[in-house]
Design a protein around this ligand. Structure first.
Ligand code: AMP
Ligand code: MG
Length: 334
């Protein structure tokens, strides 16, 4: 194992979807830099995997350079390297892994493969000082209610189709707003009134595609955009609050952590806060800088992996894991 006695510095690379990010984090939890470049889709289009990967290839060196410069470090000063191994878009993931291989062949640093969803939870816990939360992880590609039990992060509920961020972006796209749709919908929603949309919770799982279709149908029939944005938020966020509350009741935990890009939404925060207050639970939100995909969450989880004695990956044998589930991994650092 590497020099675990002293402080170590990890450089983490994120490249699961839209974002190419590099973060540099120390084992005391301080974030030395967190730099990202986000691929923007053409107006009216969703993510085109090939274009996202091309974007990542184009910016990777520049993002790395900026991250090192901001941290006032050279590549040689880094102790370990980590990368987002999955889940995510295969082409995007591969750019990150190939870049890590390139860096590692130059520097010989140990490399750790990190689960992207778990990294969102860990950066949330680091930044909010929550200890053992039920996590609502809501982003462009994922929607999960997760809690730690029996040595793993277990998934208590999730979306049965698309992620909430994707649902918001899809609605936005269909009514002529560009990416990312979430913040624009939030602004319109402030002036809206409720119109009925389907509410879809099955057991602990949610589904969003039918809600988006109905909202788009109502838009084409002349419903006001403000009302549709308001109703979309009220409906989808109430569903997410419901399953989070049930996970709290089931696990007996007394903290909720909101993380992922959609965590920036004030109305979702407000609903969860009210629910937590009613149940005597504490509510935490990841700071905005660390809410969306970022390299420092990968770096921090790389540090946790290394410090807990996990073995580095062997780069000639390891591969990306596009469908790597949150609950497939034994967590050695808790
Ligand atoms: P991530 O996949 O974690 O990088 O997060 C990106 C997603 O967060 C996109 O789907 C955005 O539309 C969404 N998002 C960002 N800000 C907000 C907001 N204020 N309200 C709702 N969704 C948001
Ligand atoms: Mg994410």
């Amino acid at each position: 194992m590497i020099k675990m006695a002293g402080r170590i510095v990890c450089l983490g690379i994120e490249s699961t979807a839209h974002t190419f990010g590099v973060g540099i984090v120390k084992s005391d939890g301080s974030v030395l830099s967190n730099v990202a470049s986000v691929y923007k889709t053409k107006k009216g289009w969703g993510i085109i995997p090939k274009d996202a990967a091309e974007h990542h290839k184009r910016v990777k060196k520049d993002v790395l350079k900026k991250a090192l410069c901001k941290a006032k470090l050279k590549l040689e000063d880094i102790d370990i390297v980590s990368f987002s191994q999955g889940p995510g878009l295969p082409l995007s993931l591969r750019v990150g892994m190939d870049f890590v291989k390139e860096l590692s062949s130059k520097t010989n640093k140990p490399v750790y493969g990190v689960n992207h969803c778990i990294a969102h939870i860990e950066i949330g816990m680091l930044k909010t000082k929550s200890k053992d939360p039920v996590t609502l992880y809501v982003s462009g590609g994922n929607t999960q209610v997760i809690a730690f039990t029996g040595g793993r992060y277990r998934c208590f509920g999730e979306t049965m189709d698309i992620a909430i961020g994707n649902a918001l972006d899809m609605f936005a796209r269909k009514v002529g707003m560009d990416y990312p749709g979430g913040p624009k919908i939030e602004r319109f929603a402030k002036k809206g009134k409720y119109v009925e949309l389907p509410y879809v919770v099955k057991g602990m799982d949610t589904s969003f595609t039918g809600i988006v279709s109905e909202a788009v149908r109502k838009f084409k029939q002349g419903a006001k955009i403000e009302d549709l944005c308001f109703s979309l938020q009220e409906t989808c966020f109430a569903m997410l609050t419901e399953i989070t509350e049930r996970a709290l009741a089931h696990t007996g935990k007394d903290e909720v952590l909101l993380t992922g890009g959609v965590a920036a939404n004030g109305r979702l925060q407000q609903m969860l806060k009210t629910m937590c207050k009613d149940r005597g639970a504490r509510f935490f939100v990841v700071p905005k800088e660390f809410a969306g995909d970022n390299g420092s969450m990968i770096a921090w989880t790389g540090i946790l992996s290394a410090m807990s004695g996990q073995m580095p990956v062997s780069l000639d044998k390891t591969d990306i894991k596009p469908r790597w589930r949150t609950d497939e991994l034994d967590i050695m650092w808790r």
